[in-house]
Design a binder for this molecule. Structure first.
Ligand SMILES: [Zn+2]
Length: 71
């Protein structure tokens, strides 16, 4: 499990403003804005977009970035 201290400083790397906190889920971290999932490997979150699981129907990062900037 990710420590609360670490989780508190992590932000979605897709967010241009880097202000969206990530939510801890079993085995991955979820961005509540763009729905991208970052795997947790050996107890450490891998906040690398290339390693992340994009939400269903997502064509690419530009689409996810738009979710952060819209509304
Ligand atoms: Zn995001």
């Amino acid at each position: 499990m990710i420590s609360p201290d670490l989780l508190a400083i992590l932000r979605c790397p897709v967010d241009p403003k880097r202000e969206t906190p990530l939510q801890a889920q079993p085995g991955y971290l979820l961005c509540p804005r763009c729905q991208i999932k970052f795997p947790i490997k050996d107890g450490f979150p891998v906040l690398v977009v290339e390693e992340a699981e994009l939400p269903p129907g997502c064509d690419g990062l530009a689409q996810l970035e738009a979710r952060h900037t819209a509304g």
